[in-house]
Every structure is written in C-alpha cells, then in structure tokens.
Design a protein around this ligand. Sequence first.
Ligand SMILES: N[C@@H](CCC(=O)N[C@@H](CS)C(=O)NCC(=O)O)C(=O)O
Length: 238
Amino acid sequence: MVASTSSHAELIQSPDNTHNLIYFPMHGLAGCIRTTLVLSGEPYMNTLMAFSDWQVRKQLTPFGHVPVLREETKCGTTLELAEISAIEQFLATRSGFMGKDIWEENRIKMYLSSTHSLFTFLVHTIVQSPKEERPAFLQRFKSMNLKGWIQFHEKHLKENGSNGHYVGDQLSIADIKTASVIEHLIRVCGDDVQISEELTPAIMAVKTNIEKNPKYAAWVASDQYQEFTAKNIGFLGF
Ligand SMILES: N[C@@H](CCC(=O)N[C@@H](CS)C(=O)NCC(=O)O)C(=O)O
C-alpha cells in the first residue's frame, strides 16, 4: 500500500528532522545545498560517498546520481529527495530563502536556474571530456558562457541596488548559489581575471555579504570545507 502523501507532507515539514546529505567528499555540484544546510541552523549530516563504493550505491539512488537528501524523521521514517534543484528549493523553502511572495519566489528561481545551468554545464563537460579537450572547452566557456553570465548577473544585481541580494534586501537561495559557485569560477579564470571587486562589484557584493554570516564563515574556515576544496581542485581542477 502506498503511504499517505498527507502524512509525508506533515513529516517533511517537521522541525525535528535531520537532513542527511549524501554526496562525494568534495564540493562538486553540492556546494549550494551544503551552504543552505549550514545557514538553516537545522540539524544536518554530510554522508560522504567513497568513489570506490559508487558503482554499487548508484543503483540504490532514485536516478543513479548524487546528491540525495534523506530526511530522517523522529518517528523513524526516512523520506528521500534527489535532483539538485529540487533539494535546493526544498531546503530554501523550509528556511525562508525563497522570498516573501510568489513573484519574489519565481524571480529567485530564475536567477538560481541561470547560475545552476552555467555551473552544471561547466562541471558535466569537464567530467565527461577527455583531458586533452579540456583546455579548449575552458577557453570557450570563459569567453562565451561565463562572460555572458557575468554581464547579465552584474546588471540584474546593480538594478537591485548592488546590495548583495538578487531580490529585495533578503538572503535567498539565488544569493547562496552565486556565493557558492563564485570561488570555483574565479579559479577557472586563473590569470584571465573576469570576476573581482573592480570588474564586477555587484557580483562580489553577494559573496562579501554572505561572508559576514558567522555560520557561513565558520563553515568556510572548517577543515572539512578545506578538504572538499582540495578534492575539488584535484578532481575537477577548480
Ligand atoms: N540531474 C542530477 C545530476 C547530478 C550529477 O551530475 N551528479 C553527479 C555528481 S556531481 C553524479 O552523480 N555522478 C556520478 C554518476 O552519474 O554516476 C541532479 O540535478 O542532481
């Protein structure tokens, strides 16, 4: 018998749940989810998937990919959610990072989607390309995809007053996404600097704004964050 969705709806909203995020021991595509968990102030765990176990574990995930979020409830039921965008938006809704009304919510989703597309395109192409093709791809990515993203995001952020937020004056999942990918994008640029206080002050304001949050600052300074960064650089190069 299929369990009642209304009881699942109640369980998923319980403040007592522990969020258990399953992902590889690096930032990869899960940086925004991890930062949202940290900022939420709710109990969470990082379950780290060893690369050596992956081919067996893959079959046990909803779509053969991580991240997967397991919502562990006090009554013993575990509810599972896959797909980065679904997880990001679920956690953001729980924590009040989706705006004040339906229009703010949908504009936040728009900025979030734009940054998510850019970053997944980068990561997926790097993972799937033979090593010798990566330099040419990165060159094209920087001069076309990243350049376009920078121009449009800088413009939208300026229109919102360069206050470190995409929408209004509140932290949203769109801000968290940009803050979580920016260090990787800066690393991709290397000496060909495209994102900086001088060139893109409104984009940088998103980063500096979130860095003022003590929970975020402690997370970035933690050994685990630094280990994920080192693994990221080793595996992806940025
Ligand atoms: N559509 C998925 C894609 C996630 C994804 O690309 N996951 C990668 C890690 S970043 C993965 O699971 N790779 C291992 C595999 O596909 O076997 C999502 O949005 O969550």
